[in-house]
Design a binder for this molecule. Sequence first.
Ligand code: FE2
Length: 155
Amino acid sequence: MIDKKKINKAADPAHLTELEKEHVPVIEAPELVLTEQPFTVKVTVPHVMEQAHYIEWIKLSMRGRQLGEVKFSLSDTSAVAEFTVTIPEEVVAMKALEVCNIHGVNVCGDCGTKSVFTDLIALVGCNVHGLWEGFKHIEIMSKVQSTGKPCKWKD
Ligand SMILES: [Fe+2]
């Protein structure tokens, strides 16, 4: 198990230090995804890949659920990983994810479609500087939609 106390994070994401710029992973993913529909998550670490100092691996997870892992070798010239992620419908149905702090799980008043929020979390291992974490907030909507109209979230 990974000791969470040893994971480095950006102290102030708007003003990264040089060390943070080289290690905090940048996550590219859609802001809104549908359950059961595969989407691509690209994770980039702008770090050197040299024999004495390199990124060993990148892991992607969501609320403790591992979504994928890419290991790098010394022949890799950049630390970039692409993951194809599919979120099962029961994640939304079970309300297993973080919900809006004001509205709870968003439920469309017209069609009953549900939407929840979560963070994609990328964890990076540098052989010299240890563990680094970055995240991206995304919205997950149930693919079950019935009316074809834009959803109206209840207040
Ligand atoms: Fe490093």
